[in-house]
Ligand binder design. Structure first.
Ligand code: PLP
Length: 434
């Protein structure tokens, strides 16, 4: 059995997270329940930041808050000295409500609305990552209207394919994101932005995909960008102050995944950047990175209560839990894989293989196929590991299932940070015909 962070087995033989008994958590807050190991989030954040600090590099590690955006998480990101990425007015609002310093917020997205951009300008956010020509025009117009200026990065697509699931590929040429580096779009955008008095072009951004296990993609993207930057330095005297290489660092969902350490990604990226600035005789830019999943993913565990069972003779046994695609849509969306144990007997030897079904009216609502487990009973709590990223943030109310609460645990203390939705919450926005 592989446990993450502070997760282990306590004297009672139960799963323990952050020094708190998982069964007690399930009893206290009900199930399904998202539990976060706060110490592990801190450890991951420091893993990314420390290497930059050790090497005296100017850098920002921006938490891609779409992975798990709640007020408490954003406050934790601030405590750890992270910057913050948002991709919508709602994520920006959450960050502002959390009191996050707006000058460390970066705004992403391929279709930011006028209202969202106005909100960003009015709150003095640190940087807008401009994705396309439409946005470039809109932003210039708004800055003129408001007689203000804004720092920007240009998002470029370097044409690199990261080795990962197709649906989460964003760095290849045929992408909805960014200005293409090869076909001249990026250069046109850069020239246009540099002509504008209200835009301060800090540099470039690229994000090549998600759940990436090697550094090759990052290094190739860096090379492609530096080749172009060298031309721009010579032809239009443009030198980037900031190079943002995005996120997408892989984590271990199952034993098939073999991620490298955060510090190793950072170390190799720094080496590559230093290599190119030497070759091209450039000034060292600030390096920004944007981990989302790798900051919060393996710190999250979802607890479910076991319910009905269905045996299909000679085929498989379905074991249903009291949540499913409403709290974790990733298996249905990307065939994402997870590991799990029974939290009340995590060390007991598996005796059979079962498939974990959710309770939604959808055959695709499966959480785990073919999970080895010991015999299961009605008192059992299933703990699914590594649900901290894109779990709560993608949770939905399909079948009008209320979204589960979120609990932070650290040093033996548990603290609720998002309440469970109630049935009243579910109908709160509905208007009656009577
Ligand atoms: C989603 C995203 C990230 C974070 O990706 P992870 O796989 O969660 O690390 C970073 N930057 C951009 C631009 C993104 O869209």
């Amino acid at each position: 059995m592989y446990f993450y962070g502070t997760t282990g087995v306590n004297k009672q033989g139960n799963l323990e997270i952050g020094g708190v008994d998982a069964i007690e958590l399930a009893d206290k807050y009900g199930t399904p329940l998202y539990v976060y190991d706060v110490a592990l989030i801190r450890e991951r954040a420091r893993g990314f930041r420390q290497t930059f600090l050790d090497q005296g590099m100017k850098a920002q590690v921006a938490y891609a808050s779409k992975a798990f955006s709640t007020i408490a998480m954003i406050q934790l990101a601030e405590e750890e000295g992270l910057s913050l990425d948002v991709v919508s007015g709602g994520e920006l609002y959450t960050a502002i409500t959390a009191g996050f310093p707006t000058e460390r917020i970066h705004f992403h997205g391929n279709n930011k609305s006028r209202d969202e951009l106005i909100m960003a300008l009015d709150h003095g956010i640190g940087c807008i990552v401009v994705d396309n020509f439409y946005e470039l025009d809109l932003l210039k117009t708004l800055c003129l209207e408001k007689n203000t200026t804004i720092k920007i990065l240009l998002r470029v697509t370097p044409g690199i394919e990261a080795h990962t699931h197709d649906y989460i590929l964003t760095g290849q040429e045929d992408s909805k994101f960014g200005f293409d580096l090869q076909n001249g779009q990026a250069e046109s955008a850069l020239k246009e932005a540099l002509r504008s008095e209200c835009l301060e072009v800090l540099g470039l951004h690229c994000h090549i995909g998600s759940q990436i296990f090697e550094t090759t993609g990052f290094l190739l993207a860096t090379q492609k960008i530096f080749e172009k930057m060298n031309r721009w330095k010579n032809e239009i005297s443009f030198e980037a102050k900031v190079l943002n290489l995005g996120g997408g660092f892989g984590i271990r969902y199952t034993k098939e995944d073999e991620p490298i350490r955060p510090s190793q990604y950072v170390d190799e990226i720094i080496k590559e950047v230093k290599k190119w600035i030497q070759i091209y005789e450039m000034n060292l830019p600030e390096i920004w990175i944007e981990p989302g999943r790798s900051l919060v993913g393996d710190a999250g565990i979802t607890l479910y209560r076991v319910g009905s069972q269905k045996e299909v003779p000679n085929v498989r046994k379905y074991l249903a839990v009291d949540g499913g695609m409403s709290d974790n849509i990733r298996p249905a969306l990307y065939q994402a894989k997870y590991e799990a144990v029974l939290a009340n007997k995590p060390l007991e030897k598996p005796t059979e293989t079962v498939s974990i079904a959710g309770k939604c009216c959808e055959s695709g609502d499966m959480l785990i196929w073919d999970l080895p487990l010991p015999a299961q009973g009605q008192e059992d709590i299933l703990a699914v590991f590594c649900t901290g990223a894109y779990g709560y943030s993608m949770a939905n109310n399909y079948n009008r299932i209320p979204r589960p609460p979120v609990v932070f645990v650290e040093n033996g203390q548990d603290r609720i940070v998002v309440k469970r939705e109630s049935y009243e919450d579910l109908v709160r926005l509905d208007l009656s015909l009577k």
